[in-house]
Design a protein around this ligand. Structure first.
Ligand SMILES: Cc1cc2nc3c(=O)[nH]c(=O)nc-3n(C[C@H](O)[C@H](O)[C@H](O)COP(=O)(O)OP(=O)(O)OC[C@H]3O[C@@H](n4cnc5c(N)ncnc54)[C@H](O)[C@@H]3O)c2cc1C
Length: 404
């Protein structure tokens, strides 16, 4: 692949850069407390501004307010936002994963009702998939949705690790409608409002001090039949679309990660005492080499995307290596700065304490390594015990989505 921008991409990049230069004074702080309503509102307003400027929902079709552009343009925007040191959109889960699912499987009414407010940050969305006994083995979800006589559904169960639930207006929930069917076949996806009788949201406080995740309890929470997305008992196929976009969103976001990790390395490099320590220099060198490798590996994904292909199992490598490089960068800065790196007002505290959790998000490291071992390196398969989503299933779904 030619790693340079084409003339059109260069022109696009220039426009994005100059818009950011002109508008970055209005950008909110890049990090804050997700319980701080004023900060969340400022992030919503910034998302709206980005959407108005055509810098949100780039790959969404124009008819739904997007730009109808490709993933390369999305990466250019991610890179420029990262190097301008301003935050991106607030609702990465909605715009990156759930909106595309509604575009692919939703009814016309659902598309016209929900996509606009999602794009502009008026209504933030959350993903209600994981449960205490259903993470990697997602098809094991136990939350039940029982049909009432009037055709509505009563949802009962517990979800966990639900990012942004505390300020979301809506969520997409995966629930079991036919417990007698095979576990992949009796699931249904629903749109649920995040308030009302029968829903309780409890924050889960992390080591970073924040409560971004939540437990969400449903107790006979009633939703109308029109909230079904993709058909009753078709929830597994609908969920695979979300997971496909989740991997793509994490893959496309990895460049931004690279930039943030570079900042760690830069900061250590500016500390004269640390720089002259041979061990620190060694670790800094390892990190620089790793970050470079991560960046070039992500170009493989971009090559596939620019040729209209969906990246294969090797794309899991980008997530594993990027997250590990970022964690190593955090550990280095913690060793150099000392305990103050975790002070409340330290610019590093949040990243150092939050990053290790990313090993689990969007496919755990163990699952991704198994997939790479089996599918890329041709190693013998692990006995699966039906855990983890077989890659063949995701691939078949990806092919179906591309040809649609
Ligand atoms: C930052 C972050 C944000 C998240 N946001 C959301 C959200 O918004 N909505 C949502 O629904 N969920 C969310 N999650 C949850 C996430 O999807 C799960 O953490 C993930 O699916 C793994 O599930 P688990 O935590 O239950 O771990 P488990 O699946 O229980 O895994 C535990 C350990 O066992 C290993 N393991 C499991 N199965 C296998 C196997 N077959 N082979 C080898 N090893 C295996 C795993 O690798 C892991 O090390 C988020 C998680 C994080 C970290």
């Amino acid at each position: 692949m030619d790693l340079n921008d084409t003339p059109e991409q260069a022109a696009f990049r220039t426009n994005v850069r100059s818009w950011l230069e002109d508008n970055k004074a209005d950008a909110p702080a890049a990090s804050g407390d997700s319980g701080d309503t004023a900060w969340i509102d400022s992030r919503r307003a910034w998302q709206d501004k980005l959407a108005e400027a055509g810098l949100a929902g780039l790959t969404w079709p124009k008819e739904f307010g997007g730009q109808g552009l490709g993933p390369i343009e999305q990466v250019i925007v991610n890179q420029e936002i990262a190097s301008a040191h301003v935050p991106g959109i607030l609702d990465v889960i909605g715009i990156g994963m759930l909106g595309p699912c509604i575009i692919a499987h939703g009814t016309d009414e659902q598309k016209s009702r929900y996509l606009g407010p999602m794009l502009h940050g008026d209504e933030v969305w959350c993903q209600l998939f994981s449960e205490p006994a259903a993470g990697s083995d997602l098809a094991a979800v136990q939350t039940r949705a029982i049909e009432n006589e009037d055709g509505s559904y009563a949802i009962t169960g517990q979800k966990v690790w639900t990012t942004n639930a505390q300020f979301s207006s809506y969520g997409l929930i995966l629930a079991r409608t036919s417990p007698d069917k095979h576990k992949h076949k009796g699931l249904t996806m629903f749109i649920v409002p995040m308030e009302g009788e029968g829903i309780t949201i409890r924050g889960l406080r992390q080591i970073s001090g924040e409560a971004e995740f939540n437990e969400v309890f449903f107790d006979d929470f009633v939703v109308p039949a029109e909230n079904v997305v993709g058909g009753v008992d078709n929830g597994w196929g609908t969920a695979l679309t979300v997971l496909m976009y989740e991997r793509l969103t994490i893959g496309l976001g990895s460049e931004g990660f690279g930039y943030r990790s570079d900042r760690f390395a830069e900061a250590v490099g500016q500390d004269e005492a640390a720089k002259s320590d041979p061990e620190v220099r060694q670790r800094l060198g390892d990190l620089a080499a790793e970050l470079l490798a991560v960046r070039f590996t992500s170009y493989r994904t971009l090559t596939a995307l620019s040729k209209g292909q969906i990246p294969g199992p090797e794309s899991g490598l980008a997530k594993v290596t990027t997250v590990n490089a970022a964690i190593a960068a955090g550990e280095l800065i913690a060793d150099v700065v000392g305990p103050e790196a975790l002070d409340e007002d330290s610019e590093w505290a949040y990243m150092i304490s939050f990053l290790p959790g990313l090993k689990s998000a969007g496919g755990t490291e163990a699952i991704l390594r198994n997939t790479i071992g089996e599918r890329v390196l041709g190693l013998p398969p692990e006995p699966r015990l039906d855990k983890g989503i077989p890659f063949s299933e995701l691939r078949a779904k990806e092919k179906e989505a591309v040809s649609a």
